[in-house]
Design a protein around this ligand. Sequence first.
Ligand code: NCD
Ligand code: ZN
Length: 354
Amino acid sequence: MSVLCLPGLIDPHVHVRDLGQAHKEDWDSATAAALAGGITTVLAMPNTQPPIVDAAALTAYEQAAQARARCDYGLYLGAGPGNVGGLAALAPRAAGLKLYLDATFGDLKMDTLDLLAAHCAAWPADAPLLAHAEGNNLAAAILAAHLAGRAIHIVHVSRRDEIELIRAAKARGFAVTCEVCPHHLFLTLAGSGLPAGYVEVRPRLAAAADAAALWANLDVIDCFATDHAPHTRAEKEGPNPPPGYPGLETALALWLTAVHQGRLTLEDIIARMHTGPRRLFNLPEQPDTWIEVDPEQEWTPRGAGLFSRAGWTPFEGWPLRGRVTGVTLRGQRVYDGQAVLAPPGAGRNVRSRP
Ligand code: NCD
Ligand code: ZN
């Protein structure tokens, strides 16, 4: 077996759900899943219960992460109607500010152009600003950030018209970056085979032409992010299924499978899961940190065997090739290919001062 050593991967889009929705996932289970997937840093979204929209909630989630996270982490703040003036002071403690312009899980959707422009102006220009912005909202987000003289990062881009708009904006020198998720590259609405409820995700799965356009525009994709959004099987099978897929434990194997198929190179993966996110989110180096991968190992993900509390995966039974066999984080062996060895509390906040 020839083992590859890669840098610790960074996932800039993870839903952890500790405190109010820990039955779906908490810092312990989310970061165990991350390490098993070769990810040594997760940046966590604010659409939690309570939502991370003020100093009190930020402090509560910082404390939960400090107690339970097994890998390194950062926390995003969420923009809303009531906090335009209050967030800039919290920027040094945050991974970035997230703007929700489209409906999804949680209550953070912002409805007015006024609010979008106000947050773009108030959030510090040197701190990361992220937007969930589909269709026309994407054009609005890019222009609002540009007029405020600042950069913006577009999360989980899923469609042809969107990636083409981002390409055009980049070509004109707009400071826009973007991420794409495995499920929008590997699954389509017509072809996923996922039952109703399970198939729900935001942005929705799209057409084969959309996935093809994402593959064709890889050069404008700055990061691969999982958008790990765990919900339990009972919730997905219930009357009001929440949108979202778990993804931390399958992402790298999907990318490595694409390398075998000649659709991607290892350098493509490292650029989008390490170098790119590290630069975009101003993340510190993790010394003595690497992951070991057996690029030939064939395996099939099974929901029941995951560290995530979701207990299912949209890639159930897929024949994948390439698997994480070990992770070393800051000199400590934290995953051995079977068990997560890092204890809860071993992780560090990427925004804490040394
Ligand atoms: C996410 C969640 O469950 O928190 N769901 C999803 O379908 N992606 C929210 C989000 O990222 O939009
Ligand atoms: Zn998300």
